[in-house]
Design a protein. Structure first.
Length: 264
């Protein structure tokens, strides 16, 4: 276990391998643990880091000031400060849901610190029952996340350790910033791969993005994947991640026969 003191918070992370840095950021439930098999698969070519965001896993869970620290922009600041602490000038990012939001914001605000971004389940298509908004809508999504976490041993335990405020406040931001999430894709100037599970019951593949993405962005759907495609389909996901990070031109990434694809 590795711990870094960033500002007033303790941030837990794990690292494997040698080479160019790749930073993994988890989503609303779980922690660094569900990235472990992907980290191991990439560690022969990269120095992989998986970070527990504040409020999750073994990182700090502040009793005061949660309303300010469990916010997207603060997470972006903390990730940058953590990189400074470890002396990481630039890295590729692989993020899931909340982690995907953080990774893309880091790329927008500090493009010199980011190589390529693989965003899994980027929440531009969060679905709520028609007519349900506000706290009720957030509650429904929180309950859905809880049910999804129970399907995976490596997620369930960590979900129970997360600060519910960290889940709720960051989920609320995704719900209220849908227009901004789409705009960030337009503004992104880093190679970006969006990956979704066709069977994700929380964040369905955003097919409305077809035809509107920049040439440097690819949208790929894993037909048998659900909310955690890195766990549902570990071998295909790991191969896809390695291809994306190593191809000379990542915009030319192609899928193997067993995957179906959706490009712009």
């Amino acid at each position: 276990m590795s711990i870094a003191t960033v500002g007033e918070y303790l941030i837990h992370y794990e690292a494997l391998g040698r080479g160019q840095p790749v930073i993994f950021l988890h989503g609303w439930v779980g922690s660094w643990r569900y990235w472990l098999s992907t980290m191991q698969a990439l560690s022969h070519r990269f120095r992989t880091y998986a970070v527990d965001l504040v409020g999750f896993g073994d990182s700090a869970k502040p009793r005061q000031g949660a309303d300010s620290v469990y916010r997207l922009e603060r997470y972006v600041e903390l990730v940058q400060e953590w990189m400074d602490h470890l002396g990481i000038p630039q890295a590729h990012f692989i993020g899931h849901t909340l982690g995907a939001m953080v990774a893309i914001r880091v790329a927008l605000q500090h493009p010199d610190r980011v190589g390529r971004v693989l965003a899994v389940g980027y929440p531009v298509s969060l679905e709520l029952p028609k007519g349900i908004l506000g706290p009720a809508g957030k509650g429904i999504l929180t309950e859905r996340l809880s049910r999804l976490a129970q399907e995976y041993p490596e997620v369930q335990r960590e979900h129970l350790r997360a600060d519910p405020e960290a889940i709720g406040l960051s989920l609320e931001e995704a719900l209220t910033r849908q227009d901004a999430l789409r705009e960030w894709l337009r503004l992104a100037d880093r190679p970006l791969l969006l990956v979704y599970g066709r069977r994700d019951p929380l964040i369905p593949p955003p097919l409305f993005l077809n035809g509107s993405l920049d040439a440097s962005i690819r949208l790929i759907i894993l037909e048998e994947g659900r909310h955690f495609p890195m766990l549902d389909l570990p071998a295909p996901f790991q191969r896809l991640a390695e291809d994306f990070l190593t191809l000379p031109d990542p915009s030319q990434i192609t899928l193997k026969e067993e995957w179906r694809r959706r490009f712009r």
